[in-house]
Ligand binder design. Structure first.
Ligand code: HEM
Ligand code: ISQ
Length: 147
């Protein structure tokens, strides 16, 4: 079976909860990423000159964009069974910033951990799997654009 309506609904509801406390969850997201990949700090224009992870409108906007794109991938998977990258420049941006495959694993783990915090007692394996599938579909599309 393809991506189900229920999986889409699970992703949508945790996406709404994520947006409810964007400052908290975006800081958490970056903190987990930099914990696993400290060198990634220098890759982000809005992080490289700050001490640690400081909350800022830019940091929030970037985190919201990433989670929002994964949410949009869930919608695409349910509607048409595949993820099509809306922005064709994303491959080139990530190559230019020096992003390599293992970074996608780090970001995935950070995203899933953040979603676990976001969803509290609503968290389930099913919810986790739904985010995982949506992220993997999007990550493949970006990696394809990087080739
Ligand atoms: C830039 C999305 C994976 C590092 C961007 C941009 C988008 C984006 C939309 C354009 C600038 C923005 O609006 O933020 C995504 C999505 C990903 C992903 C959806 C996974 C599915 C990664 C990974 C890394 C990474 C794995 C490496 C840690 C960066 C960097 C920039 C960027 C360094 C430039 C940010 C700046 O300084 O302006 N990404 N990205 N991205 N991405 Fe990703
Ligand atoms: C990857 N690409 C763009 C923005 C991001 C923000 C936070 C974590 C990962 C990201």
């Amino acid at each position: 079976m393809g991506f189900t309506e229920n999986q889409e609904a699970l992703v949508n509801s945790s996406w709404e909860a994520f947006k409810q406390n964007l400052p908290k969850y975006s800081v958490l997201f970056y903190t987990i990423i930099l914990d696993k990949a400290p060198a990634a700090k220098g890759m982000f224009s809005f992080l490289k000159d700050s001490a640690g992870v400081q909350d800022s409108p830019k940091l929030q906007a970037h985190a919201e964009k990433v989670f929002g794109m994964v949410r949009d991938s869930a919608v695409q998977l349910r509607v048409k069974g595949e993820v099509v990258l809306g922005d064709a420049t994303l491959g080139a941006i990530h190559i230019q910033k020096g992003v390599v495959d293992p970074h996608f694993v780090v970001v995935k783990e950070a995203l899933l951990k953040t979603i676990k915090e976001v969803s509290e007692d609503k968290w389930s394996e099913e919810l986790n799997t739904a985010w995982e599938i949506a992220y993997d579909g999007l990550a493949s599309a970006i990696k394809k654009a990087m080739n």
